[in-house]
Write a protein that binds this ligand. Structure first.
Ligand SMILES: [Zn+2]
Length: 208
């Protein structure tokens, strides 16, 4: 299945970049809409070794429907919500060092504004670097139903957002296709690392 292969390839690539260490993060893509069928990464699998045949097919209630062993990630509810509310065709979630640091650093303002960078043009529908992208930050929780509700409310207030951060946890973004969602991860990870390193170098120069 082409979708499973592209998700597994994305996972291995993100792992190689240090954005999905160990068994962290998760990936999904819509296989069919009616009834909903989602290819979803299984819980507890090293993302550097994820194979297409390990992807689970789940329905709209997060039940595995293709009979494979394995359990979908606890965060499946968030994926399903993004597919439903945002019309996402693919949802990708990374745990990088920089997204973790900045999700905490900017948590007090509920998000971070990313402005003036050429790489912003890699986000779907952004035509110029003269753009201010608000990346919302939500508090982490192990209660996935509550977290999915918080995310839905937050994104409802920020309809132009292409992604969000979960505090001290990671980045979520999505796209119409796996390729578009993968591009969004790469753009966000580039921008977050750039901002993080800029803050660091300024601090060093200021003697902080
Ligand atoms: Zn996570």
């Amino acid at each position: 299945m082409e979708i499973a292969s592209s998700l597994a390839a994305a996972a291995r690539g993100f792992h190689a970049r240090g954005w999905l260490m160990g068994t962290s993060g998760n990936l999904s893509a819509v296989v069919q809409r009616e009834p909903l069928q989602l290819a979803m990464s299984p819980s507890g699998v090293d993302k550097g070794e994820l194979k297409p045949e390990q992807l689970l097919s789940i329905d709209e209630n997060a039940r595995v429907v293709n009979g494979r062993p394995g359990k979908p990630s606890d965060e499946t509810l968030l994926h399903l919500r993004l597919v439903r509310d945002r019309g996402a065709g693919a949802v990708l979630h990374t745990h990088s060092v920089w997204n973790t640091i900045l999700s905490d650093f900017y948590a007090g303002t509920g998000g971070m504004a990313i402005e003036g960078y050429e790489m912003l043009k890699g986000l779907q529908g952004v035509p110029t670097h003269e753009h201010s992208e608000w990346l919302p930050i939500v508090e982490n929780s192990q209660d996935m139903t509550a977290l999915a509700e918080t995310v839905a409310q937050t994104l409802n207030e920020h309809k132009g957002a292409h992604g969000f951060l979960v505090r001290r946890h990671g980045l979520y973004t999505w796209g119409e296709t796996v390729a578009q969602a993968k591009r969004h991860i790469e753009i966000y990870e580039f921008l977050l690392e750039t901002i993080g390193r800029t803050l660091h170098i300024r601090g060093v120069h200021a003697g902080v």
